[in-house]
Design a protein around this ligand. Structure first.
Ligand code: ACM
Length: 514
Protein backbone atom coordinates (compact mmCIF):
# COMPACT_ATOMS: atom_id res chain seq x y z
CA UNK A 1 0.00 0.00 0.00
CA UNK A 2 1.34 3.49 -0.81
CA UNK A 3 1.85 5.89 2.09
CA UNK A 4 -0.78 8.55 2.67
CA UNK A 5 1.71 11.21 1.54
CA UNK A 6 2.09 9.40 -1.77
CA UNK A 7 -1.67 9.10 -2.09
CA UNK A 8 -2.07 12.82 -1.50
CA UNK A 9 0.66 13.72 -3.99
CA UNK A 10 -1.05 11.48 -6.52
CA UNK A 11 -4.32 13.42 -6.46
CA UNK A 12 -4.63 15.32 -9.71
CA UNK A 13 -5.76 18.03 -9.78
CA UNK A 14 -4.60 18.69 -6.23
CA UNK A 15 -7.57 19.45 -3.95
CA UNK A 16 -7.76 22.69 -2.00
CA UNK A 17 -7.63 21.13 1.50
CA UNK A 18 -6.59 17.58 2.37
CA UNK A 19 -6.28 16.01 5.80
CA UNK A 20 -5.77 12.27 5.54
CA UNK A 21 -4.29 9.86 8.08
CA UNK A 22 -2.57 6.49 7.83
CA UNK A 23 -5.81 4.80 9.04
CA UNK A 24 -7.61 2.93 6.32
CA UNK A 25 -11.24 2.39 5.36
CA UNK A 26 -11.50 -0.88 3.40
CA UNK A 27 -14.23 -0.98 0.77
CA UNK A 28 -16.83 -3.72 1.37
CA UNK A 29 -17.78 -6.39 -1.20
CA UNK A 30 -21.23 -4.78 -1.42
CA UNK A 31 -20.89 -1.02 -1.34
CA UNK A 32 -24.27 0.43 -0.32
CA UNK A 33 -25.10 4.06 -1.03
CA UNK A 34 -27.81 6.58 -0.34
CA UNK A 35 -28.32 10.09 -1.66
CA UNK A 36 -30.46 12.48 -3.71
CA UNK A 37 -31.13 12.27 -7.44
CA UNK A 38 -28.16 14.60 -8.13
CA UNK A 39 -25.76 11.79 -7.28
CA UNK A 40 -27.08 9.28 -9.84
CA UNK A 41 -24.45 9.92 -12.53
CA UNK A 42 -21.67 9.90 -9.96
CA UNK A 43 -22.83 6.53 -8.63
CA UNK A 44 -22.95 5.17 -12.18
CA UNK A 45 -19.32 6.21 -12.57
CA UNK A 46 -18.35 4.60 -9.27
CA UNK A 47 -20.18 1.41 -10.21
CA UNK A 48 -18.48 1.26 -13.61
CA UNK A 49 -14.99 1.75 -12.18
CA UNK A 50 -15.30 -0.67 -9.24
CA UNK A 51 -17.35 -3.36 -10.98
CA UNK A 52 -14.41 -5.79 -11.33
CA UNK A 53 -14.11 -5.95 -7.52
CA UNK A 54 -17.42 -5.16 -5.85
CA UNK A 55 -21.11 -4.39 -6.23
CA UNK A 56 -22.56 -0.94 -5.70
CA UNK A 57 -26.22 -0.99 -4.57
CA UNK A 58 -28.70 1.53 -3.12
CA UNK A 59 -29.73 1.27 0.54
CA UNK A 60 -31.62 3.28 3.17
CA UNK A 61 -29.48 6.14 4.46
CA UNK A 62 -28.97 4.77 8.01
CA UNK A 63 -27.47 1.57 6.54
CA UNK A 64 -25.49 3.00 3.66
CA UNK A 65 -21.69 2.79 3.46
CA UNK A 66 -21.61 5.90 1.27
CA UNK A 67 -24.04 8.74 1.90
CA UNK A 68 -24.30 11.93 -0.12
CA UNK A 69 -26.03 15.21 0.54
CA UNK A 70 -26.41 18.25 -1.65
CA UNK A 71 -25.87 21.52 0.16
CA UNK A 72 -26.52 24.52 -2.10
CA UNK A 73 -24.52 26.68 0.31
CA UNK A 74 -21.39 25.00 -1.07
CA UNK A 75 -19.69 26.60 -4.11
CA UNK A 76 -20.55 25.46 -7.65
CA UNK A 77 -18.77 22.18 -8.46
CA UNK A 78 -17.44 22.08 -4.88
CA UNK A 79 -17.42 19.00 -2.66
CA UNK A 80 -16.41 17.74 0.75
CA UNK A 81 -15.50 14.12 1.48
CA UNK A 82 -15.34 12.71 5.02
CA UNK A 83 -14.01 9.19 5.41
CA UNK A 84 -13.88 7.18 8.65
CA UNK A 85 -15.24 3.65 8.55
CA UNK A 86 -17.76 4.92 6.02
CA UNK A 87 -17.86 7.69 3.43
CA UNK A 88 -19.91 10.85 3.46
CA UNK A 89 -19.84 13.33 0.63
CA UNK A 90 -21.48 16.73 0.60
CA UNK A 91 -21.66 18.77 -2.60
CA UNK A 92 -22.91 22.05 -3.91
CA UNK A 93 -24.54 20.48 -6.96
CA UNK A 94 -24.59 17.35 -9.14
CA UNK A 95 -21.32 18.40 -10.72
CA UNK A 96 -19.65 18.39 -7.32
CA UNK A 97 -20.81 14.81 -6.72
CA UNK A 98 -19.03 13.70 -9.91
CA UNK A 99 -15.78 15.38 -8.89
CA UNK A 100 -16.06 13.90 -5.40
CA UNK A 101 -16.29 10.42 -6.90
CA UNK A 102 -13.31 11.08 -9.18
CA UNK A 103 -11.31 12.11 -6.11
CA UNK A 104 -12.43 9.01 -4.20
CA UNK A 105 -11.31 6.86 -7.12
CA UNK A 106 -7.94 8.63 -7.14
CA UNK A 107 -7.44 7.66 -3.49
CA UNK A 108 -7.39 4.03 -4.70
CA UNK A 109 -5.05 2.14 -6.98
CA UNK A 110 -4.68 3.60 -10.53
CA UNK A 111 -6.07 0.31 -11.80
CA UNK A 112 -9.60 1.36 -10.85
CA UNK A 113 -9.37 3.29 -14.12
CA UNK A 114 -8.51 0.13 -16.05
CA UNK A 115 -10.60 -2.75 -17.34
CA UNK A 116 -9.71 -5.02 -14.40
CA UNK A 117 -8.95 -7.32 -12.73
CA UNK A 118 -9.13 -5.49 -9.38
CA UNK A 119 -8.58 -7.09 -5.96
CA UNK A 120 -11.02 -6.02 -3.27
CA UNK A 121 -8.23 -6.26 -0.68
CA UNK A 122 -6.38 -3.48 -2.54
CA UNK A 123 -9.31 -1.08 -2.32
CA UNK A 124 -8.61 0.84 0.89
CA UNK A 125 -9.26 4.54 1.36
CA UNK A 126 -7.24 6.66 3.77
CA UNK A 127 -9.41 8.16 6.52
CA UNK A 128 -9.82 11.93 6.78
CA UNK A 129 -11.34 14.91 5.01
CA UNK A 130 -10.99 16.59 1.62
CA UNK A 131 -12.57 19.95 0.80
CA UNK A 132 -12.32 21.15 -2.76
CA UNK A 133 -13.65 23.47 -5.44
CA UNK A 134 -12.38 24.67 -8.80
CA UNK A 135 -10.69 28.01 -9.39
CA UNK A 136 -12.06 28.56 -12.92
CA UNK A 137 -15.50 27.53 -14.16
CA UNK A 138 -14.30 26.87 -17.75
CA UNK A 139 -11.77 24.05 -17.90
CA UNK A 140 -11.66 22.66 -21.38
CA UNK A 141 -10.12 20.59 -24.10
CA UNK A 142 -10.52 21.31 -27.79
CA UNK A 143 -10.42 18.61 -30.44
CA UNK A 144 -10.29 19.21 -34.20
CA UNK A 145 -12.17 16.36 -35.89
CA UNK A 146 -12.13 18.04 -39.30
CA UNK A 147 -8.49 17.94 -40.36
CA UNK A 148 -8.45 14.28 -39.35
CA UNK A 149 -11.69 12.55 -38.57
CA UNK A 150 -11.75 10.92 -35.13
CA UNK A 151 -14.26 8.11 -34.59
CA UNK A 152 -17.10 8.59 -32.10
CA UNK A 153 -15.79 5.66 -30.03
CA UNK A 154 -12.53 7.58 -29.48
CA UNK A 155 -14.39 10.70 -28.38
CA UNK A 156 -16.39 8.65 -25.87
CA UNK A 157 -13.20 7.34 -24.25
CA UNK A 158 -11.54 10.75 -24.46
CA UNK A 159 -14.44 12.16 -22.43
CA UNK A 160 -13.69 9.63 -19.66
CA UNK A 161 -10.10 10.85 -19.61
CA UNK A 162 -11.13 14.51 -19.47
CA UNK A 163 -13.53 13.83 -16.63
CA UNK A 164 -10.78 12.09 -14.68
CA UNK A 165 -8.95 15.44 -14.92
CA UNK A 166 -12.08 17.33 -13.73
CA UNK A 167 -12.22 19.12 -17.08
CA UNK A 168 -15.76 20.20 -17.86
CA UNK A 169 -15.80 21.30 -21.52
CA UNK A 170 -15.03 19.48 -24.78
CA UNK A 171 -14.89 21.92 -27.68
CA UNK A 172 -15.48 19.91 -30.86
CA UNK A 173 -14.18 21.65 -33.98
CA UNK A 174 -16.63 19.92 -36.32
CA UNK A 175 -16.04 21.73 -39.60
CA UNK A 176 -13.17 23.19 -41.56
CA UNK A 177 -11.73 23.49 -45.06
CA UNK A 178 -10.50 19.90 -45.01
CA UNK A 179 -13.77 18.17 -44.07
CA UNK A 180 -17.31 18.76 -42.83
CA UNK A 181 -18.32 16.21 -40.18
CA UNK A 182 -21.94 17.07 -39.36
CA UNK A 183 -25.10 15.95 -41.20
CA UNK A 184 -27.41 18.92 -41.82
CA UNK A 185 -30.96 18.24 -42.96
CA UNK A 186 -31.53 19.51 -46.51
CA UNK A 187 -27.80 19.70 -47.32
CA UNK A 188 -26.85 16.05 -48.05
CA UNK A 189 -23.73 16.84 -50.10
CA UNK A 190 -22.04 18.18 -46.97
CA UNK A 191 -21.34 14.63 -45.85
CA UNK A 192 -21.11 12.87 -49.21
CA UNK A 193 -18.80 15.44 -50.84
CA UNK A 194 -17.78 17.91 -48.12
CA UNK A 195 -16.61 15.19 -45.74
CA UNK A 196 -14.14 13.52 -48.11
CA UNK A 197 -10.88 14.70 -49.58
CA UNK A 198 -8.78 12.73 -52.07
CA UNK A 199 -5.61 12.93 -50.00
CA UNK A 200 -3.58 14.85 -47.49
CA UNK A 201 -0.55 17.06 -47.89
CA UNK A 202 2.71 15.12 -47.70
CA UNK A 203 5.14 16.23 -45.05
CA UNK A 204 4.96 19.76 -43.80
CA UNK A 205 2.88 22.71 -44.97
CA UNK A 206 5.11 25.03 -46.99
CA UNK A 207 5.65 28.44 -45.36
CA UNK A 208 2.79 30.89 -45.95
CA UNK A 209 4.71 33.13 -48.33
CA UNK A 210 5.28 30.26 -50.77
CA UNK A 211 1.85 28.71 -50.39
CA UNK A 212 -0.68 30.87 -48.71
CA UNK A 213 -3.81 30.10 -50.58
CA UNK A 214 -3.57 27.36 -53.17
CA UNK A 215 -4.24 23.75 -52.48
CA UNK A 216 -1.36 21.32 -52.90
CA UNK A 217 -1.65 18.93 -55.86
CA UNK A 218 1.10 16.71 -54.48
CA UNK A 219 -0.87 15.03 -51.72
CA UNK A 220 -0.58 11.43 -50.55
CA UNK A 221 -3.56 10.24 -52.65
CA UNK A 222 -5.04 8.42 -49.66
CA UNK A 223 -8.70 9.46 -49.46
CA UNK A 224 -9.60 10.69 -46.00
CA UNK A 225 -12.92 11.55 -44.48
CA UNK A 226 -15.96 10.63 -42.46
CA UNK A 227 -18.92 12.19 -40.73
CA UNK A 228 -20.82 11.50 -37.54
CA UNK A 229 -24.41 10.41 -37.54
CA UNK A 230 -26.86 12.48 -35.54
CA UNK A 231 -27.28 9.49 -33.22
CA UNK A 232 -23.54 9.31 -32.60
CA UNK A 233 -23.42 13.00 -31.72
CA UNK A 234 -26.40 12.64 -29.39
CA UNK A 235 -24.69 9.68 -27.70
CA UNK A 236 -21.52 11.78 -27.29
CA UNK A 237 -23.62 14.53 -25.71
CA UNK A 238 -25.34 12.08 -23.35
CA UNK A 239 -22.07 10.51 -22.25
CA UNK A 240 -20.47 13.92 -21.78
CA UNK A 241 -23.34 15.18 -19.63
CA UNK A 242 -23.24 12.06 -17.48
CA UNK A 243 -19.58 12.86 -16.79
CA UNK A 244 -20.19 16.55 -16.12
CA UNK A 245 -18.79 17.75 -19.44
CA UNK A 246 -20.48 20.23 -21.75
CA UNK A 247 -19.85 19.67 -25.45
CA UNK A 248 -19.13 22.95 -27.22
CA UNK A 249 -19.78 22.38 -30.93
CA UNK A 250 -17.98 24.69 -33.34
CA UNK A 251 -19.21 25.50 -36.82
CA UNK A 252 -16.32 27.57 -38.14
CA UNK A 253 -17.78 30.50 -40.12
CA UNK A 254 -17.42 32.36 -42.41
CA UNK A 255 -13.80 31.36 -43.18
CA UNK A 256 -12.56 27.77 -43.09
CA UNK A 257 -15.52 26.74 -45.24
CA UNK A 258 -13.85 25.34 -48.36
CA UNK A 259 -15.49 21.97 -47.68
CA UNK A 260 -18.91 23.67 -47.88
CA UNK A 261 -18.01 25.27 -51.20
CA UNK A 262 -16.80 21.89 -52.52
CA UNK A 263 -20.22 20.43 -51.67
CA UNK A 264 -22.30 23.44 -52.75
CA UNK A 265 -20.41 25.64 -55.24
CA UNK A 266 -23.32 28.12 -55.31
CA UNK A 267 -22.49 29.00 -51.69
CA UNK A 268 -18.94 29.99 -52.67
CA UNK A 269 -17.52 33.07 -54.31
CA UNK A 270 -17.04 31.56 -57.76
CA UNK A 271 -13.65 29.87 -57.49
CA UNK A 272 -14.03 26.25 -58.64
CA UNK A 273 -13.35 23.92 -55.68
CA UNK A 274 -13.43 20.22 -56.58
CA UNK A 275 -13.03 18.74 -53.12
CA UNK A 276 -12.21 19.68 -49.53
CA UNK A 277 -8.74 21.06 -49.14
CA UNK A 278 -5.81 18.62 -49.09
CA UNK A 279 -3.36 21.19 -47.68
CA UNK A 280 -3.60 23.22 -44.50
CA UNK A 281 -2.93 26.89 -43.80
CA UNK A 282 -5.36 29.75 -44.37
CA UNK A 283 -7.58 29.32 -47.40
CA UNK A 284 -8.70 32.31 -49.51
CA UNK A 285 -11.86 30.43 -50.49
CA UNK A 286 -15.00 30.50 -48.39
CA UNK A 287 -18.75 30.99 -48.45
CA UNK A 288 -20.34 34.09 -49.93
CA UNK A 289 -22.67 36.47 -48.08
CA UNK A 290 -25.91 35.93 -49.99
CA UNK A 291 -29.25 35.07 -48.41
CA UNK A 292 -28.72 31.44 -49.45
CA UNK A 293 -25.39 31.27 -47.63
CA UNK A 294 -26.90 32.85 -44.52
CA UNK A 295 -29.78 30.36 -44.66
CA UNK A 296 -27.25 27.54 -44.89
CA UNK A 297 -25.41 28.87 -41.82
CA UNK A 298 -28.66 29.06 -39.85
CA UNK A 299 -29.53 25.48 -40.84
CA UNK A 300 -26.14 24.23 -39.66
CA UNK A 301 -26.47 26.16 -36.40
CA UNK A 302 -30.03 24.86 -35.90
CA UNK A 303 -28.63 21.34 -36.25
CA UNK A 304 -26.04 21.73 -33.50
CA UNK A 305 -28.54 23.54 -31.28
CA UNK A 306 -30.90 20.59 -31.67
CA UNK A 307 -28.24 17.94 -30.99
CA UNK A 308 -26.67 19.85 -28.10
CA UNK A 309 -29.75 21.41 -26.49
CA UNK A 310 -28.05 23.54 -23.84
CA UNK A 311 -24.53 23.94 -25.19
CA UNK A 312 -22.79 27.19 -25.93
CA UNK A 313 -22.27 27.47 -29.69
CA UNK A 314 -18.84 28.32 -31.12
CA UNK A 315 -19.07 30.15 -34.43
CA UNK A 316 -15.37 30.23 -35.34
CA UNK A 317 -14.63 33.62 -36.86
CA UNK A 318 -10.88 33.01 -37.27
CA UNK A 319 -8.66 33.46 -40.29
CA UNK A 320 -11.14 34.69 -42.87
CA UNK A 321 -9.31 36.72 -45.55
CA UNK A 322 -12.62 37.93 -47.03
CA UNK A 323 -11.06 39.33 -50.22
CA UNK A 324 -13.12 36.87 -52.28
CA UNK A 325 -16.35 38.59 -51.22
CA UNK A 326 -15.41 41.57 -53.36
CA UNK A 327 -14.95 39.35 -56.42
CA UNK A 328 -18.40 37.74 -56.11
CA UNK A 329 -20.97 39.97 -57.82
CA UNK A 330 -24.05 39.22 -55.62
CA UNK A 331 -22.00 39.61 -52.42
CA UNK A 332 -20.36 42.79 -53.73
CA UNK A 333 -23.78 44.24 -54.50
CA UNK A 334 -25.05 43.42 -51.02
CA UNK A 335 -21.96 44.94 -49.39
CA UNK A 336 -22.28 48.08 -51.51
CA UNK A 337 -25.85 48.61 -50.34
CA UNK A 338 -24.57 48.28 -46.76
CA UNK A 339 -21.73 50.78 -47.43
CA UNK A 340 -19.20 48.10 -46.57
CA UNK A 341 -15.80 48.47 -48.20
CA UNK A 342 -13.43 46.17 -46.28
CA UNK A 343 -13.34 42.41 -45.52
CA UNK A 344 -13.27 43.24 -41.82
CA UNK A 345 -16.47 45.27 -42.01
CA UNK A 346 -18.07 42.50 -44.05
CA UNK A 347 -17.14 39.91 -41.46
CA UNK A 348 -18.49 42.16 -38.68
CA UNK A 349 -21.81 42.39 -40.49
CA UNK A 350 -21.89 38.59 -40.85
CA UNK A 351 -20.99 38.00 -37.18
CA UNK A 352 -23.77 40.32 -36.00
CA UNK A 353 -26.31 38.42 -38.10
CA UNK A 354 -25.19 35.04 -36.73
CA UNK A 355 -24.81 36.23 -33.13
CA UNK A 356 -28.29 37.78 -33.14
CA UNK A 357 -29.70 34.51 -34.42
CA UNK A 358 -28.06 32.44 -31.68
CA UNK A 359 -28.74 34.98 -28.94
CA UNK A 360 -32.44 34.93 -29.88
CA UNK A 361 -32.30 31.19 -29.30
CA UNK A 362 -30.85 31.85 -25.84
CA UNK A 363 -27.38 30.44 -26.52
CA UNK A 364 -24.02 31.59 -25.23
CA UNK A 365 -22.04 32.48 -28.36
CA UNK A 366 -18.29 31.92 -28.51
CA UNK A 367 -15.86 33.04 -31.19
CA UNK A 368 -12.09 33.21 -31.78
CA UNK A 369 -10.42 36.52 -31.01
CA UNK A 370 -10.45 37.78 -34.62
CA UNK A 371 -14.01 38.92 -33.93
CA UNK A 372 -12.70 41.58 -31.55
CA UNK A 373 -11.27 43.51 -34.47
CA UNK A 374 -14.58 43.12 -36.22
CA UNK A 375 -16.40 44.69 -33.25
CA UNK A 376 -18.24 41.65 -31.93
CA UNK A 377 -21.39 42.16 -29.83
CA UNK A 378 -20.50 42.47 -26.14
CA UNK A 379 -22.32 39.28 -25.18
CA UNK A 380 -20.01 37.16 -27.36
CA UNK A 381 -17.54 35.15 -25.30
CA UNK A 382 -14.11 35.57 -26.86
CA UNK A 383 -11.66 32.70 -27.09
CA UNK A 384 -8.25 34.32 -27.23
CA UNK A 385 -5.63 32.31 -29.10
CA UNK A 386 -3.12 34.63 -30.77
CA UNK A 387 -1.92 37.26 -28.34
CA UNK A 388 -2.32 36.57 -24.62
CA UNK A 389 -2.54 40.35 -24.01
CA UNK A 390 -5.92 40.25 -25.72
CA UNK A 391 -7.32 38.26 -22.78
CA UNK A 392 -7.25 41.35 -20.56
CA UNK A 393 -8.23 43.60 -23.47
CA UNK A 394 -11.34 41.54 -24.25
CA UNK A 395 -12.29 41.39 -20.58
CA UNK A 396 -11.93 45.16 -20.24
CA UNK A 397 -14.18 45.56 -23.28
CA UNK A 398 -16.83 43.63 -21.35
CA UNK A 399 -16.54 40.23 -23.02
CA UNK A 400 -16.37 36.99 -21.13
CA UNK A 401 -13.06 35.42 -22.12
CA UNK A 402 -11.60 31.94 -22.45
CA UNK A 403 -7.83 31.67 -22.58
CA UNK A 404 -6.47 29.47 -25.35
CA UNK A 405 -3.08 31.11 -26.00
CA UNK A 406 -1.10 29.38 -28.72
CA UNK A 407 2.17 29.65 -26.79
CA UNK A 408 0.92 27.67 -23.79
CA UNK A 409 -2.11 25.62 -24.86
CA UNK A 410 -1.68 24.47 -28.48
CA UNK A 411 -0.74 20.87 -27.77
CA UNK A 412 -0.59 19.96 -31.47
CA UNK A 413 2.79 21.70 -31.27
CA UNK A 414 5.30 18.91 -30.65
CA UNK A 415 6.56 18.39 -27.12
CA UNK A 416 10.01 17.38 -28.36
CA UNK A 417 12.35 18.20 -31.22
CA UNK A 418 15.02 16.06 -32.79
CA UNK A 419 15.39 13.40 -35.45
CA UNK A 420 12.86 11.06 -33.79
CA UNK A 421 10.17 13.71 -33.43
CA UNK A 422 7.15 13.38 -35.70
CA UNK A 423 6.16 16.14 -38.13
CA UNK A 424 4.19 18.74 -36.20
CA UNK A 425 2.99 22.22 -36.99
CA UNK A 426 5.86 23.59 -34.86
CA UNK A 427 7.89 22.54 -31.82
CA UNK A 428 8.68 22.43 -29.04
CA UNK A 429 5.92 23.31 -26.61
CA UNK A 430 7.40 21.82 -23.47
CA UNK A 431 6.03 21.14 -20.00
CA UNK A 432 7.61 24.47 -18.98
CA UNK A 433 5.76 26.21 -21.80
CA UNK A 434 2.39 24.86 -20.69
CA UNK A 435 3.29 25.77 -17.10
CA UNK A 436 3.50 29.36 -18.37
CA UNK A 437 -0.29 29.40 -18.67
CA UNK A 438 -0.52 30.09 -14.94
CA UNK A 439 1.22 33.47 -15.22
CA UNK A 440 -0.94 34.46 -18.17
CA UNK A 441 -4.11 33.70 -16.23
CA UNK A 442 -2.89 35.17 -12.96
CA UNK A 443 -2.14 38.48 -14.70
CA UNK A 444 -5.81 38.95 -15.56
CA UNK A 445 -7.82 40.16 -12.62
CA UNK A 446 -11.33 40.09 -14.01
CA UNK A 447 -14.51 38.12 -13.34
CA UNK A 448 -14.86 37.99 -17.13
CA UNK A 449 -12.02 35.47 -17.32
CA UNK A 450 -13.93 32.17 -17.33
CA UNK A 451 -10.88 29.94 -17.55
CA UNK A 452 -9.00 28.21 -20.33
CA UNK A 453 -8.53 25.15 -22.44
CA UNK A 454 -5.91 23.20 -24.39
CA UNK A 455 -6.19 22.73 -28.14
CA UNK A 456 -5.63 19.66 -30.27
CA UNK A 457 -5.60 20.70 -33.91
CA UNK A 458 -5.18 17.62 -36.06
CA UNK A 459 -3.44 18.72 -39.26
CA UNK A 460 -0.49 16.53 -38.26
CA UNK A 461 -2.24 14.33 -35.68
CA UNK A 462 -3.68 11.69 -37.95
CA UNK A 463 -4.87 9.09 -35.43
CA UNK A 464 -6.39 8.90 -31.94
CA UNK A 465 -3.06 7.53 -30.68
CA UNK A 466 -1.26 10.64 -31.94
CA UNK A 467 -3.91 12.86 -30.35
CA UNK A 468 -3.37 11.16 -27.00
CA UNK A 469 0.40 11.48 -27.33
CA UNK A 470 -0.01 15.21 -27.90
CA UNK A 471 -2.60 15.69 -25.17
CA UNK A 472 -0.93 14.10 -22.15
CA UNK A 473 0.79 14.77 -19.86
CA UNK A 474 0.81 18.43 -21.01
CA UNK A 475 -3.00 18.51 -20.83
CA UNK A 476 -2.79 17.07 -17.32
CA UNK A 477 -0.75 20.08 -16.25
CA UNK A 478 -3.18 22.51 -17.86
CA UNK A 479 -6.18 20.79 -16.27
CA UNK A 480 -4.54 21.02 -12.87
CA UNK A 481 -3.65 24.71 -13.30
CA UNK A 482 -7.23 25.50 -14.28
CA UNK A 483 -8.69 23.62 -11.32
CA UNK A 484 -6.32 24.89 -8.65
CA UNK A 485 -5.36 28.34 -9.94
CA UNK A 486 -1.87 27.46 -8.69
CA UNK A 487 1.41 27.18 -10.58
CA UNK A 488 2.03 23.89 -12.38
CA UNK A 489 3.62 21.03 -10.48
CA UNK A 490 6.69 19.28 -11.93
CA UNK A 491 6.17 16.26 -14.17
CA UNK A 492 7.42 13.96 -11.40
CA UNK A 493 4.36 14.92 -9.33
CA UNK A 494 2.04 13.91 -12.16
CA UNK A 495 3.30 10.33 -12.21
CA UNK A 496 0.23 8.87 -10.49
CA UNK A 497 -1.96 10.48 -13.13
CA UNK A 498 0.12 8.99 -15.93
CA UNK A 499 -0.34 5.59 -14.28
CA UNK A 500 -4.10 6.15 -14.42
CA UNK A 501 -3.73 7.09 -18.09
CA UNK A 502 -1.85 3.85 -18.66
CA UNK A 503 -4.64 1.93 -16.93
CA UNK A 504 -7.13 3.61 -19.29
CA UNK A 505 -5.06 2.54 -22.29
CA UNK A 506 -4.14 6.12 -23.18
CA UNK A 507 -1.07 6.58 -25.36
CA UNK A 508 0.39 9.44 -23.28
CA UNK A 509 3.78 10.82 -24.27
CA UNK A 510 6.86 9.30 -22.66
CA UNK A 511 9.78 11.70 -23.02
CA UNK A 512 12.72 10.42 -25.05
CA UNK A 513 15.65 9.59 -22.79
CA UNK A 514 18.90 11.20 -23.95
C1 ACM B 1 -6.95 29.07 -34.78
O1 ACM B 1 -5.93 28.49 -34.35
N1 ACM B 1 -7.08 29.35 -36.07
C2 ACM B 1 -8.03 29.45 -33.89
Amino acid sequence: MPTTDDVIRGLCPQPRQVQLSEDRCPLPPVLTWSGPAEITDAITLLTRRLAPALDVVPAPSHDAFLTATVDPAQPPEGYRIDIDTRIHISCGDAQGTRWAIQTLLQLLTPWVYGPGPLRLADLQLPQGTIVDQPHYPWRGAHLDVSRHFMPASFIMGFLDVLSMHKLNRLHLHLTDDQGWRLPVCGWPRLTTVGAWRPGTLRGHQPPPDTNDCDDVPDHDQIPHGGAYTIDELRAIDRHARSLGITIVPEIDLPGHTESVVAAYPALGCGTPIDHPRTAFGVSEHHINLTDDALAFCRDALDTVMDIFPTSPIHIGGDECPGKEWFTHAPTRTRLATLDITTPQQAQAWFEHHICDYLAAAGRQVIAWDEVLAAGAPEDVTVMVWRNADDIARAATAGHDVIAAPVRHTYLDYGIETGPQAPVTIAAPTTMDDVAGLHDVLAAVDSPHLLGGQFQLWTEYLRTPAQVEDAAFPRGTSIAEQLWTGNPARPLSDLEAQTRRLTAMGVNWHRMTRV
